[in-house]
Structures are given as C-alpha cells and as structure tokens.
Design a protein around this ligand. Structure first.
Ligand SMILES: [Zn+2]
Length: 289
C-alpha cells in the first residue's frame, strides 16, 4: 500500500505496556499452543460478536504504564494502524453521508497482552476485536507478526483488512445490524446462531472490501498485489481451513465466521463494487452465501 503523507487518526489510545487486566497465559503451555488458541478464537468464536458484546461491565483495574519501549517494527505497525483507521474514518464519513447519515468513528486501543474493555477483560489470544459497548477496536499489534509467520497471511493490505473488518463491525453497529443479529442469536438454537454469526462476519469482510475500494479512490492507496494479499489472508482464516489445520477435519455446523471461499468472495465483492448496497448477507439463503 502507498500511505506516504497520509494522516494519522486521533481516535487511538495507546495502552501498550500497561498490562490492563489479568494475564492469561499457558493455554497448552508453549508458544505453539498460544498461537493455535489465538487463531481459533479470532476466527471461530471469542471474537467480538456473540460472546463479548453481551457484557457491559467496565472494570478499571490498575493500568500503570510500565517500562514498555516499542521496537522500530512495533512503531511502524502502530503508525500504520493509525493511518488505516484514519482512512476508514474518511471513507465511512463519505459513505454515511451518501445515505444521509452521520458517521461516528470508533476508537482504537493498542494494547499488549491483556486489556479491559466494556466487553470484559480480554487477552490478545482472542485476536483483534470490536466491542460495541464502548465502540472501540482492540488490537495487539503482534497479531500482524502472527499472521505473517504462523498463518502465512502477511502483507500490509492483509493487516489493513483486519482493521477494516473490525471497523466493519462498527459500521454494522451504527446501522443497527450488529445489535439486531445479537438479539436474534440469543433467541435461536446454537446452529442458527452460528449461521447468523457467519452472515455478520461475511458482511464485515464485505465492508472491509468497500473501504479498500474507496480508500484507493480517495488516496490511490492500492498497489499491485495488495488485493491478493487480502484475499490470501481471507482464505487462511476461513472456519474450514482453520479447523482442518487445528484438528484435521472441519465441522460445518460449528462455523461462525464463514468458509475460506466465502470470506474471499465477500471481501472481493466489496473491493470490486465499493457499493454498500451489494452487501446484504442476511437475506440470501444460507447455502447461497
Ligand atoms: Zn469479525
């Protein structure tokens, strides 16, 4: 991506090194176990939606700035995230205006290890997430390293896709879709709730694509290979792919973020059309998604 001279968002709170919340390490002990847990949760469950956004208590525990000094790489990621978030602000402000609405940008909290949110205390094992309770994206930037090294899903546009996907959930929240889906999910069977989750996630992928289309239109940000990087990342975070990686087989009823081919399809559709009105993932039959 070409981001030279692009502005940084002011809606970013840097809590890196503050160790907010309890430390929850040791899922299976080694780094491998942690990484597997992180991938599975990000893609298949703990993520924003069904689980997290139901809670609303905000716990303010000790957030003491430690002696955290970011590496050059971490600073680069932080600046990148601020520029991408700024791009989503500009794009969604414009797109909401087209609909006669006003866009209220989300906040983004950068953290390391663990963090307190209106959706409870979370660790980076859940991966980047959005909490509608405080309209905030939470991201431990080491996830980008994990994408590159563990998931073979690296590249700047792949990282931008992750941020834009979480912003996509914020867009859903502002439009009322997210909260409606959550309410419905609470009333139906687990199987139906999973399907609603898939619909919600695929739409967030679509919105990420819509953002990319307009960001490129406004700023000429995309370079050859960028979209492919995003599609590659999408293909590595499908439920089928991850479950096969983790356990050797996939259980479709448990999918809650969508198959790889579906995630690729909706991200691509958003990036190709840039038109929010093509992003209805709730009306089509489930098998047609
Ligand atoms: Zn999501």
């Amino acid at each position: 991506m070409r981001l030279d001279g692009r502005r940084y968002s002011n809606n970013v709170e840097d809590r890196r090194g503050s160790g907010g919340g309890k430390k929850m390490l040791g899922i299976g002990g080694g780094i491998g176990g942690l990484i597997i847990a992180a991938i599975i949760v990000w893609i298949s469950g703990g993520n924003p939606l069904s689980v997290i956004s139901q809670q609303s208590s905000f716990s303010t525990s000790n957030e003491i700035q430690g002696d955290y000094t970011p590496t050059a790489q971490e600073e680069e990621y932080a600046n990148f995230a601020k520029q991408i978030l700024a791009g989503t602000e500009d794009v969604w402000t414009q797109e909401f205006k087209k609909m006669g609405l006003t866009y209220r940008p989300p906040k983004m909290v950068l953290y390391t290890g663990a963090v307190n949110s209106a959706c409870g205390s979370q660790t980076s094992a859940v991966g980047p997430f959005y909490c509608s309770g405080d309209e905030t994206l939470y991201i431990d930037l080491s996830f980008f390293d994990q994408m590159e090294k563990q998931m073979k899903a690296g590249g700047d546009f792949a990282y931008a896709y992750v941020i834009a996907h979480e912003v996509g959930h914020h867009v859903q929240h502002l439009l009322g879709t997210l909260d409606q889906a959550h309410q419905q999910m609470a009333r139906v069977s687990q199987k139906e709730a999973n399907q609603l989750s898939v619909r919600t996630e695929l739409q967030a992928d679509f919105y990420a694509g819509v953002w990319a289309f307009h960001d490129n239109e406004m700023f000429g940000s995309l370079e050859p290979g960028d979209i492919e990087e995003g599609l590659n990342a999408a293909s590595k975070i499908g439920d089928d792919y991850l479950q096969k990686q983790a356990q050797g087989y996939a259980v479709p009823e448990t999918f809650n973020h969508g198959r790889s081919d579906q995630r690729v399809k909706w991200l691509e559709k958003g990036a190709r059309t840039g038109n929010i009105s093509y992003g209805d993932t709730f009306t089509p039959s489930y098998s047609a998604l």
